[in-house]
Design a protein around this ligand. Structure first.
Ligand SMILES: Cc1cc2nc3c(=O)[nH]c(=O)nc-3n(C[C@H](O)[C@H](O)[C@H](O)COP(=O)(O)O)c2cc1C
Length: 183
């Protein structure tokens, strides 16, 4: 299985890191793309660099529109943008494809593959909401970074694991990241 993970400069770099590491640990081939701000927020919030990410994923340069992810002929099972800034959300909603992250997400949609967009901002304007609606209508899964509390998290890591687990559910990947309701 092969999944692309795009990470932007929204708060919540830990979501992207945890998803990438978990996918790797589950034996998935991960292709990661960080925006410039995604890289800076990763260093600020988590004190990790792209060298740390490269232990778990093939890391692509966001400026490299010749990378495999830029073409629909490169087979992928899906893509997750996590966390997704309002800037990138707008670019996705207009299919701008000016960098590798937005191009790869557009390719994912046009090929009919699963695109999961973990939007992160609060509060949101009607522009943000319209962009999410547009993407949802185009087939993307819109999953705001909104961890639940019904599994009684005891730490930030528990809350992050809940979100990562919900993303894996959308990709139809089995995991043990949280206890399911009813089990
Ligand atoms: C520490 C930090 C946290 C941020 N958090 C958010 C956020 O949660 N959501 C958002 O839309 N932008 C956030 N921003 C602003 C984005 O980084 C900024 O809009 C940037 O242009 C996004 O570019 P990108 O989508 O190419 O990563 C944050 C910026 C900083 C420095």
């Amino acid at each position: 299985m092969r999944i692309a993970v795009g990470v932007t400069g929204a708060s919540g770099a830990i979501y992207g890191y945890t998803l990438i590491k978990t996918l790797h640990d589950l034996g998935v081939e991960v292709h990661a793309v960080y925006t410039d701000m995604g890289r800076k927020v990763l260093a600020y919030e988590c004190e990790y660099s792209l060298e740390d990410i490269a232990k778990y994923a093939v890391v692509h340069d966001n400026a490299d529109l010749f990378a495999p992810l830029a073409s629909g002929s490169f087979k992928m099972n899906g893509m997750v943008v996590v966390p997704c800034s309002m800037h990138t959300l707008g670019a996705l909603a207009t299919a701008s494809g000016r960098d590798l992250l937005t191009r790869a997400a557009d390719v994912t949609l046009k090929e009919g593959r699963k695109l999961v967009v973990v939007a992160r901002e609060t509060p949101m304007t009607s522009i943000h909401l319209e962009n999410m609606l547009k993407l949802s209508q185009a087939g993307a899964v819109i999953m705001p970074a909104a961890p639940g509390f019904y599994h009684k998290p005891k730490s930030v890591e528990d809350m992050v694991a809940f979100m990562a687990g919900k993303i894996l559910d959308m990709l139809d990947i089995e995991h043990m990241l949280f206890k399911r309701w009813g089990n």
